[in-house]
Design a protein around this ligand. Structure first.
Ligand SMILES: Cc1ncc(COP(=O)(O)O)c(C=O)c1O
Length: 382
C-alpha cells in the first residue's frame, strides 16, 4: 500500500512498493519501497563525437537530465535510500563527500522534499576548513536548501574515515533526541545499487520501445564511489542487455573499485565476480577533482561540437579517457554500438570557472552605430 509522505504531497513524493525486474528477483535483500524522485526515463540519443572509428556508433543516456537540483546519477540511488530512511522513521539524514559533492547536494534537496533535516560532512583543504565555504556550485544549493554543513579537512577525512565521521555525528544527534539515517559516500551501498539495476530495466524498455531496435555492445560510465558500476554491470549481465560495462575511475584505482563493487554485489547475494562483469580503467589524471587543461579543453570542445555539457570531475574525465582509448585502440571499438552514461555534475563546473576562463573565448563588444533608428513596440528593458 503506497503511503503519502509529509512534504509537498505530489505523486513523486509518494513512497511506493517496489517490484524488481524479473531477472533481478533472486537478489537479496530486495528493497520494499521506492520514491519517484527522478524525472525518468532519461533520454537516449546519438552523440556524434569527432574522430570515432568507422562504424562505431556512440549514443548517450542523459542521466544529467534526471532532474534539476536532484540531477545526475545520485537521485536513482536516493529513490531507494530515502524510502528506507522514511520507512525507518528517520527525522534527518547524514551524508558525507567532497566540498563540491553532487551526491550531498542531491541528498540535501531530496531530504527537504521529504521534510527531513539534512546534515552534510564536507571535505575541504586544510587551509579552508575553518572559514565560510562560500556559495559556489553545489554548495549554493546545499546551503539554500538549509543543509547543516560540517567541514572536515582532507587530512582528518583520510585519517578518521567516512564511516567513523558519520557515526560520530549520528551519535551526537541521537543524544540530542534526533533520529538520523546515515547514507554512505556517494549513496553507494547495496541498497543504493538498486538505482542502477533499475536503470538497466529502463534502458531495456527504451530499446524495446524505440524504433531503432538497437543492441548496445558496450556501456561506458564514470566511477567515483562504485555504486553506479555495481548496479549497471550486475543489471547488464542479468538482463537481456548483456553489454560490456567499461568504468573509468576518477579517484582511487581499479583494484580498489573491483573490491568495493564486490562488497556491494555480495551484499545483494548476487553470486557474481565484479572482475567478470565490469572492466575498470584509471581516468584519475592529476587526482580527484583536479583537471589538466587538455581535459577542460575537451569538455569545451565537446560542448561546442555537440551541445552536451560534461562535468569536469566525472563524465568529462570518463569521456576523455574513453576517446583516448578509442583513438589508441580503434580495433577494439570499431563497428560497436556504445552507450555512454552521462551521470550529471553540471554544478561542479562552476567550481572550475577560473581554469575554464582561459579555454572559453568568443566574446566581443558589439559593433553598432548609435544613430541606427529604434523600432517602436519593443520594451526598453529599463
Ligand atoms: C556527477 C557524478 N558522476 C558520477 C559519479 C560516480 O558515481 P558513483 O559514485 O556511483 O561511482 C558521481 C559521484 O561519485 C557523480 O557525482
Amino acid at each position: 500500500m503506497a503511503s503519502s509522505c509529509s512534504g509537498m504531497g505530489f505523486e513523486f513524493l509518494t513512497k511506493k512498493p517496489y517490484t524488481p525486474p524479473s531477472w533481478a528477483s533472486h537478489l537479496h535483500p530486495l528493497p520494499s519501497n521506492v520514491f519517484s524522485l527522478a524525472h525518468l526515463p532519461t533520454p537516449i540519443h546519438r552523440w556524434n563525437l569527432p574522430n570515432l572509428p568507422p562504424n562505431t556508433e556512440l549514443w548517450i543516456k542523459r542521466d544529467d537530465l534526471s532532474g534539476m537540483q536532484l540531477s545526475g546519477n545520485k537521485v536513482r540511488k536516493l529513490e531507494f535510500l530515502m524510502a528506507d530512511a522514511v520507512a525507518q522513521g528517520a527525522d534527518s539524514i547524514i551524508t558525507i563527500g567532497g566540498i563540491q559533492s553532487n551526491h550531498c547536494r542531491a541528498t540535501a534537496v531530496a531530504a527537504k522534499y521529504l521534510n527531513l533535516d539534512c546534515f552534510l560532512i564536507l571535505r575541504t583543504s586544510n587551509l579552508l576548513v575553518n572559514q565560510d565555504p562560500g556559495l559556489t556550485g553545489n554548495l549554493l544549493v546545499d546551503r539554500l536548501a538549509g543543509a547543516h554543513v560540517h567541514l572536515i579537512s582532507k587530512e582528518e577525512y583520510s585519517k578518521i574515515g567516512s564511516v567513523t565521521l558519520t557515526t560520530v555525528l549520528k551519535e551526537k544527534l541521537i543524544k540530542e533526541g534526533r533520529r538520523p539515517y546515515v547514507i554512505p559516500v556517494g549513496g553507494s551501498n547495496s541498497l543504493g545499487t538498486w538505482g542502477y539495476v533499475e536503470a538497466v530495466r529502463e534502458i531495456e524498455q527504451q530499446i524495446q520501445r524505440g524504433a531503432d531496435n538497437i543492441k548496445f555492445d558496450d556501456i561506458v560510465v564514470a566511477c567515483g564511489s562504485g555504486g553506479t558500476i555495481a548496479g549497471l554491470s550486475l543489471g547488464s549481465s542479468l538482463s537481456t542487455l548483456k553489454a560490456n560495462v567499461h568504468a573509468f575511475s576518477v579517484c582511487d584505482d581499479p583494484d580498489y573499485f573491483h573490491n568495493f563493487a564486490q562488497g556491494l554485489l555480495d551484499g545483494l547475494n548476487a553470486g557474481v565476480n565484479s572482475r567478470d562483469i565490469v572492466h575498470i580503467q584509471n581516468a584519475k589524471g592529476l587526482g580527484y577533482a583536479m583537471n589538466t587543461s587538455e581535459e577542460l579543453n575537451f569538455v569545451k570542445d565537446v560542448a561546442a561540437a555537440t551541445g552536451v555539457i560534461l562535468d569536469p570531475v566525472y563524465s568529462g574525465k570518463a569521456a576523455y579517457a574513453m576517446l583516448k582509448d578509442i583513438l589508441e585502440n580503434p580495433k577494439k571499438w570499431e563497428g560497436r554500438k556504445v552507450l555512454f552514461i552521462h551521470t550529471g555534475g553540471l554544478l561542479g563546473l562552476y567550481d572550475k570557472v577560473d581554469q575554464l576562463a582561459s579555454v572559453v573565448g568568443n566574446w566581443q563588444r558589439m559593433d553598432v552605430n548609435e544613430s541606427v533608428p529604434r523600432q517602436d513596440g519593443i520594451g526598453k528593458m529599463f
